[in-house]
Design a protein around this ligand. Structure first.
Ligand code: 5GP
Ligand code: ZN
Length: 139
């Protein structure tokens, strides 16, 4: 897509620090990292949502992100990493070309996902919501 910054990165119109590239995916350093070593793994083809990425490419993105995470552990001597994907602006997606974040983590990095744990009002409510999701689930 002509006005997409990540498409421009893939085709070299905008410079980036590349980590990995093959026929389906491109991985590069995030310009404003959560932690040093933060990498983005993207499909070369423009997709706004991860849900429209073909299965082979989606699988490759997850595989490459996992291997980049392991490379970060070795290179930065850190014990773990997060994989994160925001789908939709309400979920925090800012760049509308689907991307999987690889965020190196260290116990002392001071970063916390703002994660909350709520409760269903009842088991019936949880089961009813699950039924609705299963009804709408399509491969
Ligand atoms: P989102 O919030 O959409 O999940 O993440 C977008 C990410 O893209 C952010 O972490 C941001 O730092 C990164 N980003 C935005 N513009 C550029 C850019 O021009 N170059 C690179 N390397 N990263 C970018
Ligand atoms: Zn794009």
């Amino acid at each position: 897509m002509s006005d997409c910054i990540f498409c421009k990165i893939v085709n070299g119109e905008i410079p980036s620090t590349k980590i990995y590239e093959d026929e389906l995916v491109f991985a590069f350093m995030d310009i404003s990292p959560i932690n040093p070593g933060h990498v983005l793994v993207i499909p070369k083809e423009h997709h706004v949502s991860c849900a429209s990425i073909p299965e082979e490419t989606a699988g490759r993105i997850f595989h490459i992100a996992s291997r980049v995470g392991v490379a970060c552990k070795r290179a930065l001597d850190i014990p773990g990493f997060n994989l994160h994907l925001a789908d939709g602006s309400c979920a925090g997606q800012v760049v509308m070309h689907a991307h999987l974040h690889v965020v190196p983590r260290d116990p002392e990095d001071g970063f916390r996902w703002n994660w909350r744990q709520t409760k269903y009002a009842s088991d019936a409510e949880r089961e009813s919501i699950a039924s609705g999701i299963k009804e709408k689930f399509k491969l």
